[in-house]
Design a protein around this ligand. Structure first.
Ligand code: CTP
Length: 485
């Protein structure tokens, strides 16, 4: 592991000088040190000094010509500023102990050692000296470098103390194991099992934030499997826990939906970095357990799981404090539609089925197709290949139909206004009936998605409904002609 730190950024010399003037021992700590050793970019740098973090930040900014604005958090004794696209945070070294019922720490001034002792993991408890006589030297009391090399997550102190002090760290352990593809030391993992209930004192937002980071990792299944093994999953996401397990009846089993969903999630990471499409993968089969039935002659069925699952999406998003706007609606729509493209690979594909799917998916069609492709999982490679080939055909056909009929962002070719004007009626049920029938006729391919054909159908429908045409209705085309004349 390369232990030559890149301290070329001018901030390090500036802080070193400021610290020396104040006679504060000062270090760069935490994630920055870890990421430097891993060769990862890090734009958030934390500094610890034996003294006042606020004074150090002030002194440092005095030395910068385009003096950045400093934010102070007096209650926590921290200061922060942004400069050259980097975020710098300053804190005085502290000795902390926690109240058992909350995360509010009882804080006293301390040494660098005290500060390192109270950090979460050995790989996050290293410091780089910014002191004049030892500038650039690593201070690694818990062998964090060795754990980085051995790809291990381990707490610096007794794990029961570290996790009980701040139970969010249980989620962080699993998140780092997922992001970095590290193992959690068995003693550390056992402590998570023992302390899992304490996750309940952590705010939902922070738990969800860690879960999102797991979902955004390259192989999210690592995190979900660990969450399940230690018992946290059952507490933070019971619906997902229930996907686990296989039932057998008359010698017939079904897929284990827990591992299937994780396979779909890992698959979709190759197609997208979008958190919400990844959440759609997480939730696509979430309502399989309550819809499961064994049907004689057919085997296991999960009828309607896409409908029930889509109904659960707002409930789960609400509880998880995920955004309830377009993000939630997108996931709900993906869950609702996730079986449709696959169904099209099984039957003779009709243009009207394709038009309907394009109409319902709208601009989200590409995302839906990515989800469905990710959903093709089987131990039988030949079967997967066969499905993917047939799926390509669906993709091609969708493209052809869209080019021809343009129903993806369907706008009714005749408007309610025009219907009212033509038949001299006010807002009424008939308008809805006419518009719906025209839309259906277009989707079924009975008429083209075109003003003239829709107008003709509108007049016929009006007549059938006993409506009287008021005056000649001009098409926008003829208006254009008149204007140009
Ligand atoms: N830390 C901790 N316990 C926590 C959160 C943070 O001990 N619950 C310490 C760790 O030493 C960590 C540092 O504070 O390295 C900075 O925390 P944060 O910025 O949240 O995490 P990073 O380790 O920098 O990693 P990331 O940016 O990926 O979250």
């Amino acid at each position: 592991m390369n232990k030559q730190f890149d301290l070329a950024h001018p901030i390090f010399k500036i802080i070193s000088e400021a610290a020396s003037e104040l006679s504060f021992e000062t270090y760069a700590v935490g994630g920055f040190v870890r990421d430097q050793l891993l060769g990862r970019n890090c734009k958030d740098i934390d500094f610890v000094c034996v003294g006042s973090g606020i004074e150090l930040a002030q002194k440092a900014t005095e030395k910068i010509s385009d003096k950045p604005h400093v934010s102070y958090f007096k209650n926590f004794g921290t200061a922060q500023f942004r400069w050259n696209e980097f975020d710098f945070e300053f804190v005085g070294a502290r000795k902390e102990s926690y109240d058992r019922n909350s995360r509010k720490p009882v804080v006293e001034d301390g040494t660098l050692e005290d500060d390192q002792n109270r950090r979460d993991f050995t790989i996050n408890a290293m410091a780089i000296s910014l002191n004049k006589n030892s500038f650039g030297e690593l201070v690694d009391p818990f062998n964090g470098v060795k754990d980085l090399e051995e790809k291990l997550i381990r707490t610096p102190l007794d794990p029961d103390i570290t996790f009980s002090d701040d139970p969010l760290r249980m989620m962080r352990a699993i998140r780092f194991a997922t992001q970095l593809d590290f193992k959690i030391l068995p003693e550390t993992f056992d402590a998570i099992k023992r302390n899992k209930e304490r996750i309940k004192i952590i705010s939902q937002e922070r738990v969800t934030d860690e879960l999102n980071k797991i979902i955004l990792a390259k192989t999210p299944s690592i995190g979900f499997i660990l969450l399940e093994e230690c018992g946290l999953l059952e507490i933070i996401f019971p619906e997902f826990q229930k996907l686990k397990g296989v039932e057998n009846y008359e010698g017939k089993g079904h897929k284990d939906n827990f591992y299937h969903t994780l396979q779909v999630l890992d698959n979709i990471t190759k197609a997208t970095n979008d958190l919400w499409l990844r959440w759609a993968a997480v939730l696509h089969d979430i309502a399989k357990p309550p819809t499961k039935k064994f049907v004689e002659g057919t085997g296991w069925t999960f009828h309607g799981h896409e409908v029930l699952g889509s109904k659960w999406v707002p409930k789960i998003f609400g509880r998880m404090k995920l955004p309830m706007g377009n993000e939630m609606k997108f996931v709900r729509k993906m869950v609702y539609l996730h079986l449709r493209p696959i169904a099209l690979t099984k039957e003779e594909i009709t243009d009207s089925a394709l038009r309907r799917l394009l109409f319902e998916a709208g601009d989200d069609i590409e995302n839906l197709l990515s989800l469905c492709e990710a959903d093709i999982t089987s131990k039988n490679r030949e079967k997967v290949k066969r499905y993917l080939t047939r799926f390509e055909v669906v993709r091609e056909k969708l493209k052809e139909v869209e080019e021809k009929d343009q129903v993806r962002n369907f706008q009714p070719p005749v408007t309610g206004e025009l219907i009212m004007e033509t038949f001299g009626i006010g807002p009424s049920r008939e308008i809805g009936v006419i518009k719906e029938e025209i839309k259906e006729a277009i989707l079924e391919g009975k008429i083209r998605n075109d003003y003239e054909e829709a107008l003709k159908m509108m007049l016929e429908l009006g007549e059938k409904l006993g409506l009287k045409k008021q005056s000649d209705v001009r098409s926008p085309k003829s208006e254009e002609n008149t204007d140009n004349a």
